[in-house]
Design a protein around this ligand. Structure first.
Ligand code: GNR
Ligand code: NI
Length: 191
């Protein structure tokens, strides 16, 4: 198992369409396991392969809610085969759009068909946060981020702030300052 670096917007790899997996082989399973570890570490409730620079149609999810305790889900080539007419609005975030959140409307319930970690075809009826998250992850496989669902004014403001934050982080690192994330993990800097 390994932690993989998560790409952040703007990055051309996050805008690309990912390719279907031919077979769920040992390499794909390794990618799934590394993605799950990376997602738990972040922490997040879903992760798509392009977010770690692998342009393959692979996603992992784990929604830890009373209503939807699914345990970890591994999906290759996920497809929405049915969607409800009714939409629901959730405030979404994304590990590739750190520190920004926006309301996004999506179908409330979806049925997803995919290959599981053993390469077996499965279908899963998704509702609540799981339905939102699986659609957010499949969007990543098509080069779409949640900010592509909001106004261009708000999207451009977020992208501008992300670029500024990246430049400040690069400058701090060049000066040898530790990242905020490393500082948070350092017991010297704990409360
Ligand atoms: O951790 C995540 N939380 C989340 C909250 C609301 C809607 C979607 C998500 S997915 C996100 C992790 C992520 O970026 N997955 O691609
Ligand atoms: Ni995301």
């Amino acid at each position: 198992m390994a932690l993989l670096p998560i790409l952040t917007a703007p990055d051309p790899r996050l805008k690309k369409k990912s390719l279907p997996v031919e077979t769920v082989d040992a390499d794909v399973r390794q990618l799934m396991d590394d993605m799950l570890e990376t997602m738990y570490d972040a922490p997040g409730i879903g992760l798509a392969a392009p977010q770690v620079g692998a342009l393959k149609r692979v996603i992992v999810l784990d929604i830890d809610r009373e209503e939807t305790k699914t345990g970890p889900l591994f999906m290759a080539n996920p497809e929405i085969v049915e969607a409800s007419d009714d939409d629901v609005i959730y405030e979404e975030g994304c590990l590739s759009v750190p520190d920004h959140y926006s309301d996004v409307a999506r179908p409330e319930n979806v049925r997803v068909r995919y290959l599981d970690r053993d390469g077996k075809q499965q279908e899963l009826a998704c509702e609540g946060l799981l339905a939102t998250c699986v659609q957010h992850e499949i969007d990543h496989l098509d080069g779409v981020l949640f900010i592509d669902h909001i106004s261009s004014l708000k999207r451009n403001m977020i992208l501008r702030k992300l670029l500024k934050a990246r430049k400040e982080k690069e400058r701090d690192e060049a000066e040898g300052k530790p990242s905020a994330k490393d500082q948070a993990k350092d017991p010297e800097h704990a409360l």
